[in-house]
Design a protein around this ligand. Sequence first.
Ligand SMILES: [Zn+2]
Ligand SMILES: [Zn+2]
Length: 275
Amino acid sequence: MQLILLGTGCPKIDYRRFGPSNLITSKKSIILVDCGSGVTQRLEEAKISSANIDALVLTHLHSDHVVDFYQLIISSWHSYRVKPWKIYGPKGTKKFLNKIMNAWKEERELRIKYEVRASVNAFKLEIIEFGKHGKIKIKDIDLEFFKVDHFPVKHAYGFNFFNKKKKLTISGDTKPCENLIKYAQKADVLLHEVYVEGEIKSLNKMRSAKTLHNVKAYHTSSKQVGKVASLTKCKKLVLTHFVPTKFNEKKLKNIVKRDFANNIIIGKDLLKINI
Ligand SMILES: [Zn+2]
Ligand SMILES: [Zn+2]
């Protein structure tokens, strides 16, 4: 398998770190996890056509993870996609994505009529919502989904990807959580989100101490993520979803190193990791 980090940022704008998205490829499968801001541009940079993606998998419905959904769909049509989209996501995904499709319905119908392209299958969505825990086969990849703790978001998921006896775990957005530690055991690669402590210093009219406390409280902090990784006994820890997007990388690595002795990688957009 190969993991490509398409976007390693958060809602904050940073041209080096686009919104959260990851791509998993194997011999037969291409799976996109989340579709944050700039996902289609990053796919293009990674030379992956959205016409060929087998499944879109959503960790949760926070806007930074789904904001480019319609752009993904419409550009896949323009990339000659001829198969419907298979989409897996948490409870509420069907209603939410259908609302987005409806918002653009008139514009889309006009376009379809005017552009007379051979297929409109790219606009067909097959949406499957996750239960608590389970497994899905996507060609040669087995995807396992499990709940993580991103309260007050009710339905947030982490994923395992299995291919050729290798295991990749993706944390999704979560605070330190027992379920993640349980399912991420002995992963070859653990891709984990992180809130970088001490990097957002100033408070202002828009950002109170309570704001900072609450943002940190539903993520995993730089002081916690090494402990989590160590409890999973994973071989390699890759950090992503940096809040904030600008921080001292060396300092972060040194903090995580205190608790996790194996390989630590500070993620970057378009970084490829072979698993
Ligand atoms: Zn979130
Ligand atoms: Zn997020």
